[in-house]
Design a protein around this ligand. Structure first.
Ligand code: ZN
Length: 289
């Protein structure tokens, strides 16, 4: 069974689509470079599943970032995901403020989530999601409800090792023109999805899960798309980021520390730049023509 996948489905003869995401080894790879407490693993896994689900509802080529911030125990939860279904994530938290059984409101009080889409071509988009629900899934669902987008519901679960996500979305009327019938159908499929248990959301293969919920419906399941953990950092990119600092400051850091170490916040890879590397980056010592 493939377990790091995103899989789309539709209800035949209706205007309702859905998406299922399962993260397993990809999530474990993303969490491995960090010593996260259980609650952080759970939240980050849910956010990663949400990011992949969200990316499938949007037509873009490029990068989408979800950043949850608060002044509470968890100051940052961030997941970046691409249209190629790769993702990476990171979290910052205060160990002393963290308690094991905290809910979302306790972990991220007065928090908000910023959705940023950076398309390869075209304009950047940003949306703001207040973290007001009991769960991240509630926050995403109410974001769609409030922003007058297509009716969309999210279900998310993570146990620190596996994450599962499930999404239902009502598309504009196309096949079912009777608004009342269409609303009843939406109600029916979402009520059934409410019966999903956390372990089913994470562990069941999509086909089984859909059978369990919708065996009386005519559901068409599309091919699963693989989802991967991938950190896009590189020595070259890190060097370019360093060059946004003024040459004088770089020289000073170099003098103080002997070399400049830059750690990727996502994967913890360390990139070190010595005197010679810096001179090369600063374009010094090049022959002038
Ligand atoms: Zn990295």
């Amino acid at each position: 069974m493939q377990s790091d996948v995103a899989q789309r489905f539709i209800f035949e003869n209706t205007d309702i689509r859905g998406e299922r995401v399962q993260l397993d080894s990809s999530l474990q790879e993303a969490l491995a470079p960090h010593a996260y407490p259980q609650v952080i693993k759970d939240l980050l896994g849910e956010l990663a599943a949400a990011a992949v689900l969200l990316s499938t509802t949007l037509k873009f080529e490029g990068r989408m970032t979800l950043q949850a911030r608060s002044s509470g125990p968890v100051s940052l939860l961030m997941v970046e995901c691409t249209n190629e279904r790769t993702f990476r994530g990171v979290a910052n938290w205060d160990e002393q403020l963290l308690s094991a059984d905290s809910d979302l409101k306790a972990l991220l009080p007065d928090g908000h989530l910023v959705i940023t889409i950076d398309p390869n071509k075209g304009r950047r988009y940003q949306g703001l999601v207040p973290l007001e629900g009991e769960t991240l899934a509630d926050c995403f669902s109410s974001y769609f409800a409030q922003s007058e987008q297509l009716p969309t519901r999210f279900w998310l679960s993570c146990n620190g090792e596996q994450a599962g996500g499930f999404l239902l979305q009502a598309l504009p009327a196309h096949k079912e023109m009777n608004a009342k019938a269409s609303a009843a159908r939406w109600e029916h499929v979402t009520v059934l999805a409410e019966t999903l248990k956390d372990e089913e959301l994470r562990g069941l293969a999509t086909e089984e899960l859909l059978h369990r919920l919708y065996h009386e419906e005519d559901v068409r399941l599309f091919d699963a798309e693989p989802v991967k953990y991938l950190c896009s950092c590189s020595r070259e990119r890190t060097g370019s980021a360093l060059m946004t600092v003024s040459p004088a400051d770089i020289r000073e850091m170099l003098e103080e520390q002997g070399q400049i170490d830059m750690d990727c916040q996502f994967c913890n890879t360390r990139y070190s730049f010595n005197e010679a590397d810096i001179s090369k980056l600063l374009g010094e010592g090049e022959t002038r023509h």
